[in-house]
Design a protein around this ligand. Structure first.
Ligand code: KG4
Ligand code: ZN
Length: 335
């Protein structure tokens, strides 16, 4: 039994995983940040401190076990907000040290990748699109935990662009779900350029974001009501998703794979899901269930459990790990 803890951003989460099976997953999303239009690191840390203990207790009781049944602890070590990460890492270190348990540091990005296993039976080789608030990366994964980066964003992450567009339209944070909801009442006017029309697997969203800014300035001058906002949201969303599906097409051509998985917060987008079905019907397309597409400890537990069962665990008794705000996508070893 593995206890996993996630606190890299604004979700405090704990999960119990055993032999690849999820036994419990408790997630508390902090709402305090919505009034600031983005996550405030210190406030996030304060809330993690307040709730982490009760969330771990709930994860254990929902799995019908006690702390004595836990054989290892997995924790998100990065990338993320340092004050927030510190809470989970310190908590996990203390617990692991006091009970002499292995402490498995998990890369949050790997967590998102392994989230597909929570809802699907899938085996590599697979093309992966990791698309979240901080990252947009296209990855060739020939085997579990082997990552070849095919391309990534040259500027903003896709989720970040959704958040910024939401802010420009005076919608709440996180922006993705708000933009998607507003877009449902509008139509794509083809006014936002899709961008990056080359044969690379790179992404770029800052041009799209500036185009939205110009369109908003234009419409606010000439329109008396706000009806145009839904069309702008729809136009942006269509172009952003089109760029993602274009690059998935390029990645599938380059790798020759017949499987593609999309993970991370933006993978919750329904338009992306229907476009994938429409465009890539001949391929095996995998998404995590909606509840696992945003941050959670279940995905961290699945990675820790994989490491626990496949690697030499004697390396994981290091209780002096420090969180990392930036962490490339590669397997994280105890230092
Ligand atoms: O993976 P995640 O929960 O946290 C990070 O590790 O970044 O991703 C959060 C990002 C935010 O930028 C949010 O606006 C975006 O995912 N997002 C969406 C949707 N739901 C969340 N973007 C577009 N459409 C959605 N439905
Ligand atoms: Zn995430």
């Amino acid at each position: 039994m593995i206890l996993a803890i996630e606190s890299s951003c604004d979700e405090t989460s704990a999960a119990v995983v055993s032999n690849g099976k999820l036994l419990s997953n408790i997630v508390r999303t902090q709402v305090i940040h919505s009034q600031y239009g983005g996550v405030v690191p210190e406030l996030s840390a304060r809330e993690h401190i307040e709730y982490i203990d009760s969330i771990v207790d709930k994860a254990l009781s929902e799995a019908n076990i006690t702390i004595n049944d836990i054989k290892a602890i997995g924790v998100t070590i990065g990338p993320g907000l340092i004050p927030a990460l510190h809470v989970g890492v310190s908590y996990a270190k203390g617990l692991a040290w006091s009970r002499n348990l292995p402490l498995i540091p998990v890369n949050h990005l790997e967590g998102h990748i392994f989230s597909i296993l929570l809802s699907n039976d899938v085996e590599p080789p697979v093309l992966l699109l990791l698309v979240s608030g901080g990252h947009t990366i296209l990855i060739d994964m020939p085997a579990w935990r082997e990552y070849k980066i095919l391309g990534s964003t040259r500027d903003d992450a896709c989720g970040e662009a959704f958040d910024k567009v939401a802010k420009m339209l005076n919608l709440g944070y996180p922006g993705g779900p708000h933009v998607e909801k507003l877009a449902q009442g509008g139509k794509n006017l083809n006014i936002i350029p899709v961008g990056v029309h080359d044969n690379s697997c790179d992404f770029s969203f800052s041009g799209m974001k500036s185009a939205v800014g110009r369109v908003i300035a234009d419409y606010s001058k000439k329109e008396d009501n706000d009806n145009w906002k839904a069309d702008v949201a729809s136009s942006f969303m269509h172009s952003a998703i089109k760029q993602l599906t274009n690059k998935i097409g390029t990645g599938l051509e380059k790798t020759g794979y017949n499987k593609v998985a999309i993970v991370g917060g933006v993978s919750a987008n329904k338009h992306l899901r229907t476009e994938m079905e429409r465009l890539f019907g001949d391929y095996d397309v995998y998404f995590a269930d909606l509840k696992y597409s945003s941050d959670n400890a279940a995905m961290i537990g699945i990675v820790a459990d994989h490491i626990y069962r496949n690697e030499s665990i004697s390396e994981y008794y290091n209780y002096s790990l420090e969180p990392k705000s930036k962490l490339p996508l590669q397997s994280v070893k105890s230092e």
